[in-house]
Design a binder for this molecule. Sequence first.
Ligand SMILES: *Cc1c(COP(=O)(O)O)cnc(C)c1O
Ligand SMILES: [Zn+2]
Length: 418
Amino acid sequence: MTAPAPTTPSIGAAYALKCRECGAEYELDASYACLECFGPLEVAYETTMVTREQIQAGPPSMWRYEALLPVTSGAGARPGLHPGFTQLVRADNLAAALGARAVWVKDDSGNPTHSFKDRVVAVALENARRLGYETIACASTGNLANAVAAAAARAGLASVVFVPSNLEAGKIITTAVYGGTLVAIDGNYDDVNRLCSEIAANRNWGFVNVNLRPYYAEGSKTVGFEIAEQLGWRLPDAFVSPVASGSLLTKVDKAFREFTRLGLVDEKPYQVFGAQATGCSPVSTAFRDGLDIIRPVKPDTIAKSLAIGNPADGPYALDAVRRTGGAIADVTDAEVVEGIELLARTEGIFAETAGGVVVATYRKLLAEGLIDPGAEVVLLNTGDGLKTLDAVASTSKPTFTISPSYDDFEAHYTGESS
Ligand SMILES: *Cc1c(COP(=O)(O)O)cnc(C)c1O
Ligand SMILES: [Zn+2]
């Protein structure tokens, strides 16, 4: 049996959904698993031609790369949150603190709902609209909930967002504020995800990371496109990505390969590194043990945005890391907090726990000799520390509290003298 030939019209340069395992092709509709082998589906494109000049003439958002996404051109002119084109910060102080040569931070806390998830939602939402969905939904570890609720509000669509009930207040409140339905589930993300697959099979809803997942995932490529453009149309020697489902890491790698194939950057070897919290490190464990199969775990970490115990794209993340000679490592919750504080104190960037995981993992990779301190590295900060205040609440407090008296101040202040 062969898959039906695609008959729906192309969407931009995208012409089909293609199975990553067996290559079967399907129409560009709301499906995510191959009917023949159950492999994940990915958007396939006609060979495109796009120049640096065309990209630079686009809007200062992720839509400048619309020719390389499954959207029709003009997406940038539509109502929406217009995420992307966030700062790439040269982190010389951090590099000096770590004994490294050249470090950059791609700071996606600057997105509309303060995480990189606005990018994936933007592409999924375009396709939800195209496919006629009036309700968009998701299973979320926190940031996706914010991004879906906000984007639905702007687009005038209904939203139904499912989250584990133990999420940080900074992610519950910042989702509920946009209206829509927010369903808290007594269970972990993997329980939430399983329930959502069941609901998706029974309701005509566009689940951004279930039935719309192939479109959603493409949105993450824009992180990689921006890094290359902002470095002056070239690739770094390495990047360090947080790993939850593994999608972001694989898509930044894909972005680098697409830019190379299009001649937008010179071909060069680069290394892909992954970062996990030890309390949810199934991909890091498989890497360390030299396995291709990822054994699911029950998450227990403060890095809740990365707490996916059964990561859908884990095997592909492993492939990318191994193909490029990179590594995946994990760090304890205490190291995550140190990572958040180190980035804040050296660069003035307050990252959420996932950013702390990346900084701490980079430090560990340096210490273990798994990454060259001379390599030019981009660290992905995917979210904002204001949403995970609890992580640093016990260590980040007033230096001292005094009465409004000059003598009292002099008695307590131990900083440098006048
Ligand atoms: C979702 C998320 C990630 C990574 O997600 P993947 O599932 O691996 O694509 C990283 N950081 C933050 C803050 C996130 O919310
Ligand atoms: Zn297949």
